[in-house]
Write a protein that binds this ligand. Structure first.
Ligand code: HEC
Ligand code: HEC
Ligand code: HEC
Ligand code: HEC
Ligand code: HEC
Length: 473
């Protein structure tokens, strides 16, 4: 989630340092401290309140993912490679946390949501200002758990206020679990919206990323049933079923139908290495692309029709972060490979900043399709022996925004080891886009080659070596 993408790098600098020193400190005089409840409704705006400190679950050493992972080995390994596990280490996130108008404590509430992961409690706001949290130290702070981002306990562990003990929440309530367990499948299915569809007004006028993914899915409910034959939600689509041991450390128990913990989404992973495992983790783009046979028009132009349909994503495509977009590019190359004509089309939201305002949105709803009809001029009349290349990207971060990200200084290296160097060189460490479709059409006979998913992965990885000004997005 972003605030003020357009803040000029020059206005940063000193202010950063000042805000770092000033923020998150309890003032001597507390007469002007307003309780959080005055600003955020605890029920509808739960993201403003971390999940309370969790003592260790009985028969489990602690509440960290690494504790759960001793028995749930496979699920733990899957989780380790996810965006959820990277939610604190995310390079862009760490860059944005340095901005002086970032309400850091709130940003952390969704990216490291359990109180044990936090050094401090937020006990109020100075004059009700979200940029001036008043804090007190958290004696149960666990720095190792902090690194785990959206950890198992975020979704599976809660405090029983009567006994003061933690318990696990599971979908089926197995009798074989050594730890206390409460069955509540519905809770687990509804949980995603806490962060992916927060309720209430946006936190500050500039924090415009108010995701509405659950709302988008709800609106598509009927169309989803028609396509899939049954209702689908975040969990059924993003955590597909598989049969295996639920707890690998108990091989005497039978294998069961359980759910994978990959949460693959856009196919733009957080680290370049993760491209290598993307397909085996189940990535499948939401977009279906169809390129009609091109047509020569009056020998001086080539007419195309490229149809893009949101066939599989039960929400808008793209959903989530408003900076995400789909970019379709067509290029005509001559026989030596030089570009002689180019055109592009963007599907996404458009925002004006400071103050933030959405001015356009042409995202594809579930089941919706659009046809883009580029017309490329043919410089040499008549016979052409070139190649037409249609490339479609899912972009998370444009090169222009990336420059802002990379200009941040004073990254908190307690959150991200070596963070300053990672942010400065984000273009080498942090994938900004993935190639989700490419087709080459040879002229004049229109022979076609559509790239395989594995070839697309290789293209996505190769983006790393391109200077920012040579990237298409
Ligand atoms: C209400 C919960 C919530 C809050 C508060 C929140 N985020 Fe996020 N953030 C999310 C979710 C959910 C995603 C994943 C959406 C996506 O990937 O499109 C996300 C993703 C991100 C990303 C990655 C974007 C991408 O395209 O991959 C960044 C960077 C980020 N948040 C920064 C921030 C910052 C900075 C703040 C505070 C100003 C903040 N977030 C506050 C829930 C939240
Ligand atoms: C000492 C081993 C052990 C540890 C540590 C452990 N579990 Fe379990 N857990 C099990 C076993 C065994 C089952 C039952 C498996 C079965 O029925 O096949 C289970 C079941 C579960 C279930 C499924 C519940 C259901 O509805 O059927 C969940 C969810 C779960 N554990 C979460 C966790 C979490 C979260 C942690 C860490 C806080 C954790 N477990 C730590 C052994 C462990
Ligand atoms: C973002 C939320 C989230 C996180 C994080 C998460 N899980 Fe889950 N987990 C779920 C949901 C949702 C289900 C399945 C609900 C269903 O089956 O309908 C589930 C199911 C399970 C099950 C039950 C399998 C079965 O079907 O019997 C176990 C065990 C489990 N998780 C362990 C873990 C462990 C261990 C971690 C951390 C390494 C973890 N989970 C992290 C949401 C989460
Ligand atoms: C505590 C907040 C929280 C909860 C609960 C949560 N998420 Fe997330 N989710 C996030 C954040 C934050 C990110 C992005 C992290 C980043 O980009 O660094 C994210 C990322 C994702 C992504 C990856 C998007 C992409 O392509 O990069 C998917 C898919 C996803 N979540 C699905 C789910 C599902 C399904 C559930 C419910 C079982 C769920 N989330 C519950 C906060 C949450
Ligand atoms: C019908 C299946 C389906 C349902 C239901 C669904 N998703 Fe997705 N989701 C997808 C697919 C497919 C993609 C990959 C889109 C693409 O090509 O980038 C995706 C992508 C995402 C992304 C990455 C951003 C993007 O647009 O690529 C996030 C975040 C996400 N989903 C979260 C959720 C959450 C939260 C829910 C529940 C409110 C949910 N999804 C429900 C299928 C689904």
């Amino acid at each position: 989630m972003k605030i003020f993408r357009t803040l000029s790098a020059s206005s940063l600098g000193l202010l950063f340092i000042l805000s770092f020193l000033a923020c998150d400190d309890t003032p001597e005089d507390t007469s002007n401290v307003r309780p959080l409840q005055e600003r955020f409704d605890p029920v509808t705006q739960s993201y403003a309140y971390p999940i309370e400190n969790l003592p260790p679950v009985e028969f489990v050493e602690g509440v960290k993912a690494s504790d759960c992972g001793k028995c749930h080995v496979t699920i733990y390994q899957e989780w380790q490679a996810t965006t959820h596990a990277s939610a604190l280490r995310d390079i862009q996130y760490q860059s944005e946390l340095t901005k002086e108008d970032s309400p850091r404590w709130l940003c952390l509430n969704c990216h490291i949501p359990v109180q044990n992961q936090r050094e401090y409690f937020v006990i109020g706001l100075e004059n009700g200002d979200v940029l001036k949290p008043v804090t007190k130290p958290n004696p149960m702070f666990d720095p190792d758990m902090q690194k785990e981002g959206i950890t198992c306990a975020t979704c599976h562990v809660r405090l029983d206020k009567e006994t003061g003990k933690s318990y696990v929440i599971g979908p089926k309530g197995s009798k074989n679990a050594p730890h206390p367990l409460k069955q509540d499948r519905e809770f687990l299915h509804n949980l995603c919206q806490r962060c992916h569809n927060p309720q209430g007004e946006a936190i500050t006028p500039n924090l415009i990323c108010w995701f509405e993914t659950t709302k988008e899915v709800t609106e598509a409910a009927q169309a989803i049933i028609e396509k899939f034959g049954s209702p689908q939600d975040c969990v059924t689509c993003h955590m597909p079923e598989t049969e295996r041991l639920v707890a690998d450390a108990y091989p005497q128990l039978p294998a069961k139908k359980t759910r994978q913990h990959h949460w693959v989404g856009s196919g733009v992973p957080k680290w370049y290495d993760s491209f290598d495992t993307l397909l085996e983790r189940g990535y499948h783009p939401g977009l279906k692309v169809t390129v009609a046979q091109p047509v020569f028009h009056q020998k001086d132009s080539l007419h195309l029709a490229i149809t893009m349909k949101n066939e599989r994503a039960g929400h808008y495509l793209p959903t989530g972060d408003p900076e995400r977009f789909i970019l379709a590019v067509v290029k005509l190359l001559d026989s030596s490979g030089a570009v002689i004509a180019r055109d592009s089309y963007r599907i996404g939201q458009t925002w004006l900043w400071s103050p933030a305002r959405k001015i356009a949105d042409n995202r594809l709803k579930f089941g919706e399709s659009m046809t883009w009809r580029p017309r490329l001029p043919l410089p040499q009349r008549g016979a052409m022996k070139g190649t037409l290349v249609v490339t479609i990207y899912h972009v998370r971060l444009s090169s222009k925004s990336a420059e802002h990200i990379m200009s941040a200084r004073n990254v908190n290296e307690r959150y991200l080891e070596n963070g300053n160097e990672l942010v400065r060189n984000a273009d080498k460490y942090y994938p900004f886009a993935a190639v989700i479709y490419q087709e080459k059409i040879k002229l004049p006979g229109f022979q076609r080659i559509v790239l395989s998913p594995q070839e697309l992965i290789e293209l996505s990885k190769a983006e790393r070596d391109k200077p920012l000004d040579e990237r298409e997005y």
